[in-house]
Design a protein around this ligand. Sequence first.
Ligand code: ADQ
Length: 447
Amino acid sequence: MGRLVAISNRIPLGDNPSGGLVVALDDALRSSGGLWVGFSGETAEAPADDLTFHDGAAFQRASFDLTPEDHDTYYLGYSNSVLWPVCHGRADLMRILPEYLDGYRRVNERIARMLVPHLRPGDRIWVQDYQLFPLAQELRRLGVTAPIGHFLHIPFPGPTDCATLPNPAELFDWLSHYDLVGFQAQRDLDNFAASARSLSDLEQLSDNRFRVAERDMRAGVFPIGIDAQAFLAEAEGAREEDRMRSLTGAQIMIGVDRLDYSKGIPQRFRAFQALLEGDPSLTEKVMLLQIAPPTRESVDAYQQIREETEHLAGRINGQFATVNWTPIRFIHRPIPRNELAGLYRQARIGLVTPLADGMNLVAKEYVAAQDPADPGVLILSRFAGAAEAMTEALIINPHDPGELAQAMHQAIAMPLDERRSRHAALLRGVVEQDVGWWSKTYLDALA
Ligand code: ADQ
């Protein structure tokens, strides 16, 4: 089998990769060998026009720098101020500037140019996520005939949201140059088909085959997973002293998210407030531990979500705290994975309440980290891709604080045998459809 060449927006050059996509790709490349190409994270006024290779991994890694202008227009601009909000149902937060789309096209064209000299016969090319939609088209222009696949980690928008893009038809043109486009959930494939029908010339040949201008494209659903065995081991090995023993007495509800407006953190806080307002006997008995490192802080919408969540946590704490108890603990730092696993294991309730989410790996990590003899309860938004398979979680609508507070109540009171049977079913899915399963199923389909 030929080499796997993976391209993602960012490539981690440190020792401990974290973040969903990064861990998944690291794992896939470790088992197959190959080359991983991505942005170094550094900007420079005149970056080299070739890839820089790095030693020290089980596979080859190569990075490139961006100019500050390209970083602003391609990454912060079109990727994260246009595509991200639209794909997460927040067209109201979109910011359209003409230079964004120019920068996005320019960077994709440059990545293709830098990549081509390093390709070998037999390579399979796997492009990751929304920052790189045009890459296949650019590679084909340069004569690349290798199989090229794309995997979209975030939701695909339906026709109404798609139509808010400045260039909906171009989005489908970009995608039509891939041999296989992978989505997280059936919902995304359905949205793709519906949006293609109303906004593009793509003709749908069957459930997962599309054609335009003599080009055939396949699409499919490949739900991403975690490295479940590694996470189980982390959680079992988590040292007692790493855990929050000192806080107990109170049952812990845990939320772990990048601080992003798609994750439903204010909605979660309001539901917790409703829970405490509705049941004063819970005073000092439950606490919400929210771990949410800020991201993309130079984008306005991210400054706003930070202010909103901090303000809300402060208000709720002011309303309910006692001398011995702070109801919400809000941590803005990333946490090492082994510590995270220990915290998940100790939390009685896992709160995964995004308003929109491609998959959400925290839901799977929480399940994998539980003690099967005395497991906690997962509360999961119906708008996470994870909800399609994780049906034994308490599935909720995160917009409804009453419904979410009710699920919190149900989770706190849930008898041990029900917790065990729900957890066993969830764990089976997380272990069977792990990250190795994900990359293998995708790459088999690409071949
Ligand atoms: P994200 O939006 O980043 O990923 P998610 O799937 O939850 O969302 O992955 C986040 C990862 O970062 C998890 O592994 C989590 O443990 C880790 N993480 C978050 N906060 C952390 C903290 N404070 N400290 C340490 N680790 C932290 C995108 C899509 C998702 C999709 C993934 C993978 O938005 O829908 O599931 O890609 O495809």
